[in-house]
Design a protein. Sequence first.
Length: 273
Amino acid sequence: MKYQLAVLGNPIAHSRSPEIHKKFAEQHRLEVSFDRILVPFNSFDNCASDFIQSGGKGFNVTAPCKQDAFRFSVTHSKAAELAQAVNTISTRDGVIHGDNTDGAGLKQDIIVNLGWTIEGKKILMLGAGGAASGVVGDLLASNPNSLHILNRTFNKAQAIERLHSDHRLTAITTLDMTYDLIINATSAAFNDERLDLPPSILCDSSCCYDLTYGRKVNETPFLIWSKGLGVTSVSDGLGMLVEQAAQAFEIWFGRNVLTAPVIESMRENGTTS
Ligand code: NDP
């Protein structure tokens, strides 16, 4: 039997999800097809319904459709409820179920793959879009000392703060302290734009994680900036991408996968498509 999977978003040509899920399927000798589906403006529901009706088993959702996917889903996981965004859709007895695996993927990469600590740390999150809102719940569950969110559009950071109502979580407008862990969840690099950050937010022992990933390992503008200021613990978001996909694969097939060989082979391939 061949299972139909897909990733929906716009743009979508850059997505590496098909490559990742084919490697996971090989581990279990499952036959899968995995399409990239470009979603025209305001057409998420049509695209998603068409895919399910054509026999699709499940699909991933990427920017800018994660909130649409939340509305499209009939039932939601707790992570999706907290994020108000969905990145993984499955059908359960014909009912459309929305999940959000971004936070679990980020945590797995930071804590297990990289060996960094979240507990007790002062964390800064840059950005308050779909990805940021997807990971805040999991970060808070790892007991940081504090989690500050800075976003160009302040009210989006405030909305995330309100949703969680957790004394450790604060939407901020100015950067006036040093952080142990800085997570870039903006899409600035994607649009070739630069973040204007003061060096004082960093010290040598800070860890810098960029959800963005590209052709070269750890060579995003944010990580290049951090390394230039002496930071040695840096990571791009490829590990998170593979880990969130592993969680999605488990949702669709109920099977665990090995992620380390997949991350390694994707690093070696070094392409973004
Ligand atoms: P969204 O479009 O939902 O949000 C984009 C965010 O970036 C917003 O907070 C936006 O601010 C901010 N932003 C964009 N441009 C700038 C800029 N020039 N300066 C400052 N802030 C800026 O995107 P997502 O949240 O879905 O994705 C964000 C990034 O995370 C993308 O690069 C995506 O590829 C990556 N990602 C990686 C994943 C992984 O597994 N590694 C998973 C999911 C996402 P404003 O609100 O003001 O517009």
